[in-house]
Design a protein around this ligand. Structure first.
Ligand code: C2E
Ligand code: CA
Ligand code: CA
Length: 600
């Protein structure tokens, strides 16, 4: 017998016979250990305490028999090869033993038969075990999520599908949970941290769900939960709140602390679907509604949502093709020197000329672009087009005109932003100092170190950084010191409020003082009235932007405006007074009036 390690359990009342057997076996294999038992209790203990490769059993013993030993083996749930090795066994017993799972029956002393039989059966058992393990592995791959070990969508559908009919009288409820903004965790901290966090999230979810429920991972950052025993919608909502409560504690991964919020959609059986796949889809639709409401909330499925979700999908697939079909276009809104009224630059604002719906404004499709990841492609197109246009204006005799480009938070966290900007600078040949990238306060609030690195890389290329919609986020003013930024754009909500609300006016004052202290340029957005303009001038705001001067305009309109500016500068200036000059068109008229005001 080959020299493989064999752990042998001998069921035998005679120690001499056991020894003889052992010494015969060790002639060809020195690596054999054995234990002898001769009664049910000892055998049970041996089976439960240790692992065995084979059982060699006498048939008839004073306190035990091979048939009882076989029964015990089965009772203990062990799949161990079993060979009867006895002086005389009737054919009747042999048949019974084979029926109970014995592999062979060999007459005592016939080693010539015993040894190959043992080898054959041990090998057979090893093959069986390997196959079982492989089957279990395949099963795991097919039905469990590898990262978290949770059941996957298949197993969830299968398991819950069998439970649905039993939930009579009560409502079986399916929750789809999506982690808000998880993509950013991966983008900022890498997949290793993302994966570890995901495992923690899975663990905490499981702790929230009772034994008879089920948690599954259905997508990259999407989970499904089943609760079988929910009496009312209120209870269903309470259960969701219970989960959200559990997530109010932060997750700690290494030295990092994460606050995770969930968007939850609820589907109730049988109201929202007859089978699990339908319930899941509807709960998912409700989850998307929760997400579109800003995340961190719970929504029940309602039939109208199906239509809205369908419309979103149609819009998304049209947006996917919009860049290639040249359906996107840019308008440009001027910003002016607050004192002189001179046009200092323009902000590029994207529009989508939809083939059926007409021109859509950014609020109609930028959130969708962010959500679907399409913002990367759209943002790249905006950056490139705006820089190319600005360069054309520079070359046409308007050097120094600044071009502001909006960069959404999703876009900012996407890898490759710095490279994309560098490429556009090189391709278009624009003076980098004329490019102002507008980021939002929320970008500054997330993971400061990564943000600072990205901003520094951009600053290294001499591009200007502008904080858009400033004052709407939560950043304390002193927080700004940490970031290499150049411009603060005061959110348009302040323009609206400064004239009637003392607090807003005080905030703008504080922002102005801080900006001056940090050497930042301030821009007031959404200036619609002369009173607002006067207010911002008193606060020493550097630039203004708003409908008072001009709404966002086409390239042709801006070109006309620039032409008028050049003509104005060509005329002799009266000392200390910015002068109105001949300008044509509506835009020109407004700007002309503003020059006059600036001079007043
Ligand atoms: P934003 O960056 O704050 O852009 C200014 C928005 O305020 C523009 O809206 C503009 O039309 C509007 N606006 C300008 N002056 C006034 C005013 O006096 N009063 C009022 N009430 N509104 C004024 P728009 O073009 O609809 O853009 C909305 C937002 O969409 C932008 O806000 C920006 O966050 C986003 N967006 C626009 N283009 C892009 C883009 O290319 N990429 C990204 N990521 N976002 C963009
Ligand atoms: Ca902006
Ligand atoms: Ca803004």
């Amino acid at each position: 017998m080959t020299n493989q390690r064999i752990r042998l359990l001998i069921v035998e009342d005679s120690e001499d016979d056991a020894r003889l057997l052992y010494s015969e076996l060790t002639r060809t294999n020195s690596d054999i250990t054995y234990t002898r038992v001769d009664c049910a209790e000892d055998m049970r203990k041996a089976l439960l305490d240790s692992e065995w490769d084979i059982v060699i059993s006498d048939h008839s013993m004073p306190r035990f028999s091979s048939l009882e030993a076989l029964d015990l083996l089965k009772e203990c749930g062990k799949d161990i090869p079993f060979i009867i090795y006895s002086g005389d066994v009737s054919e009747h017993v042999e048949v019974a033993a084979m029926c109970s799972g014995a592999q062979d029956s060999i007459v005592k002393g016939n080693f010539a038969r015993l040894l190959p039989a043992m080898e054959r059966e041990i090998h057979g058992a090893a093959v069986r075990r390997a196959k079982e393990q492989a089957d279990a592995h395949v099963h795991k791959l097919a039905f469990y999520d590898r990262l978290t070990g949770l059941p996957n969508r298949n197993l969830f559908c299968d398991h819950v599908g069998r439970k649905l009919p039993q939930a009579e009288g009560r409502s079986a409820t399916i929750y789809v949970l999506d982690i808000d903004r998880f993509l950013r965790v991966n983008n900022c901290f890498g997949h290793k941290v993302g994966d570890a966090l995901m495992r923690q999230i899975a663990q905490r979810l499981q702790e929230c769900v009772p034994e008879d429920g089920m948690v599954a991972r259905c997508g990259s950052d999407e989970f499904a939960v089943f609760l079988g025993n929910v009496a009312s919608d209120q209870q269903a909502r309470d259960a969701a709140e219970h989960i959200r409560q559990a997530f109010s504690r932060p997750f700690v991964e290494g030295t990092l602390e994460f606050f995770i919020s969930l968007s939850i959609g609820i589907g109730v059986s049988p109201r929202d679907g007859d089978d699990v796949p339908e319930l899941l889809i509807n709960a998912e639709t409700a989850m998307f509604r929760a997400k579109s409401m800003g995340g961190n909330n719970t929504q029940f499925y309602a039939h109208e949502m199906g239509a809205v979700a369908g419309a979103q999908l149609v819009l998304e697939s049209a947006l996917r093709k919009a860049v290639a079909r040249r359906e996107l276009l840019l308008e440009y809104q001027p910003n002016l020197n607050a004192v002189s009224g001179a046009l200092t630059g323009v902000e590029a604002l994207v529009r989508w000329r939809h083939p059926e719906m007409g021109v859509l404004q950014p609020d109609d499709f930028i959130p969708l672009a962010n959500e679907s990841g399409l913002i990367t492609e759209i943002g790249a197109w905006v950056l490139e087009s705006a820089c190319r246009q600005a360069k054309a204006w520079h070359d046409a005799g308007h050097p120094g005109l600044t071009i502001a480009v909006n960069v959404s938070a999703v876009q900012f966290w996407q890898p490759g932003l710095v490279q994309a900007v560098a490429r556009v600078l090189a391709d278009t040949g624009i003076d980098p100092q004329c490019l102002e990238l507008e980021i939002t306060e929320s970008v500054l609030m997330r993971n400061a170190d990564t943000t600072i690195m990205t901003l520094q890389a951009l600053k290294g290329m001499r591009v200007k950084i502008s904080v858009d919609d400033f004052g709407t986020g939560y950043s304390s003013l002193s927080y700004l010191r940490r970031f290499p930024i150049d411009i603060l754009k005061i959110d348009k909500s302040f323009s609206r409020d400064v004239m009637r609300d003392v607090e807003s006016a005080a905030i703008v004052q504080a922002i102005g003082a801080l900006a001056r202290g940090l050497g930042l340029v301030t821009v007031a957005e959404g200036v619609e009235t002369t009173e607002q303009l006067e207010f911002f001038r008193r606060q020493h705001c550097d630039r203004v932007q708003g409908f008072l001067f001009s709404a966002p305009r086409s390239v042709a309109d801006i070109t006309e405006m620039l032409g008028a500016r050049a003509a104005a500068q060509a005329l002799p200036q009266q000392k200390g007074i910015a002068r109105p000059h001949r300008m044509s068109g509506r835009v020109g008229k407004i700007l002309t009036q503003e020059f006059a005001r600036g001079a007043a």
